[in-house]
Design a protein. Structure first.
Length: 391
């Protein structure tokens, strides 16, 4: 298996900052912001010029770094999928096909920005410095998260669909009141865009001019529900009704995702309020490992999107437009294999969870009923030991 395989994968702002009217975003005349074609060719247009400015100084080494991020994220994701199939994880939500959207947007954030993910933002976690093996504890059932959110300004995964957008909005409102110049970014999918929580988030963020970027990864399918069953207009246009700008970016173009997200985050830091970024991409795998996409999705559709593979797109650019040689790809292949081995070793070495942890943090000051249930559970656990001793 190769790592490219699609089968694997400061000025401070005051609390009373003046709310500015929603401006039409640069590039609004074009339906899709794209800076790198599926064939790996750079695209420069007048409409995209404002976004180009945010990647004007990007170097070949930077582009190799983005490629490395995507390759290693895909390899980690592939190992997690394999581990679930082997019974080592209870469930896994793959990001296969969405690497460019996550790495591009993740690398656009600053260290002091705060990120609110859903449950498949493995590439964003990578960009925020979260050890990928820490993402697996929850899916193995040994913890409720696996990392300290405040260490990397990366919140724990959110399973409830769409609720993290409200968390992000509230946090962003607090950032504004504190007078900080950092920004917040909330990730969600096209399915979550139909949730009431997301609509409430849009309302509150617009009214309070919150410094938040709503980053929607439109991967075309909310489990088995296609996007056209959820909206009559492109998702990014929903922002207009709330009074802030929305922009659609080619979600398989890591360079465009980087540029557009940088633009949106800087807009937030300047006190200009929220932005909706729709990364138009595709979920090449299943919704989760409990899903069978062949029951609702045509092979022809998947194959058409595989031709737009975000990793192959950037590789084509590196091979044709830069001096990147085979040595770079070979070294990365070796690094990928090493990451795969480490993931397998760490997961299989994870200790069993403390069976009594479920009784902790239920009430702030304890509760008689919880104490009673803990004692009953302890007796139940002890019964197994008694049976083993022949009692």
């Amino acid at each position: 298996m190769t790592v490219e395989s699609t089968a694997a994968r400061k000025p401070r702002r005051g609390a009373g900052a003046k709310r500015t009217a929603a401006k039409k975003p640069p590039g609004a005349k074009t339906e899709l912001v794209q800076l790198l074609t599926p064939e790996g060719k750079r695209v420069k247009t007048a409409e995209n010029a404002p976004y180009e400015a945010y990647v004007a100084d990007i170097t070949t080494e930077d582009m190799r770094g983005l490629y490395r991020d995507m390759v290693l994220t895909r390899r980690f994701d592939a190992e997690a999928t394999s581990l679930q199939r082997q019974g080592e994880l209870g469930l896994w939500a793959s990001l296969l096909g969405q690497e460019a959207a996550q790495i591009g947007s993740g690398r656009a954030t600053r260290e002091d920005d705060y990120v609110f993910p859903t449950y498949r933002e493995h590439g964003v976690a990578w960009c925020r410095g979260v050890d990928p093996t820490n993402l697996l504890g929850m899916f193995r059932g040994v913890n409720n998260g696996g990392w300290d959110p405040n260490s990397n300004n990366f919140h724990l995964y959110t399973i409830v669909i769409g609720s993290q957008t409200l968390h992000a909005t509230g946090y962003a409102m607090g950032v504004a009141k504190d007078g900080a110049d950092s920004a917040v970014i909330a990730y969600f999918g096209d399915g979550a865009s139909s949730q009431g929580d997301v609509a409430e988030s849009f309302t509150f963020s617009a009214v309070y001019n919150a410094p938040v970027v709503f980053f929607c990864q439109n991967n075309q399918w909310a489990i088995s529900e296609p996007t056209e069953r959820q909206t009559r207009v492109p998702l990014y246009q929903r922002a207009q009704g709330y009074g802030f700008p929305g922009v659609r970016v080619d979600g398989n173009d890591v360079l465009a995702c980087l540029a557009v997200t940088k633009w949106a985050l800087e807009r937030a830091r300047r006190g200009e309020g929220p932005t909706l970024v729709e990364a138009y991409t595709y979920r090449m795998g299943a919704h989760t490992t409990s899903d069978d996409p062949t029951k609702y999705r045509a092979d022809e559709e998947r194959e058409a999107w595989e031709a737009k593979d975000p990793i192959q797109r950037l590789r084509s650019y590196l091979e044709s437009e830069t001096d990147t040689n085979e040595g770079f790809f070979a070294e990365l292949e070796a690094e990928s294999e090493a990451l795969g081995r480490r993931v397998r070793e760490v997961v299989r070495a994870m200790p069993d969870p403390d069976h009594f942890a479920i009784f902790e943090n239920v009430y702030a000051d304890g509760h008689a009923l919880v104490d009673e249930e803990r004692a009953q559970f302890a007796a139940y656990q002890a019964s197994f030991a008694d049976e083993g001793e022949g009692k």
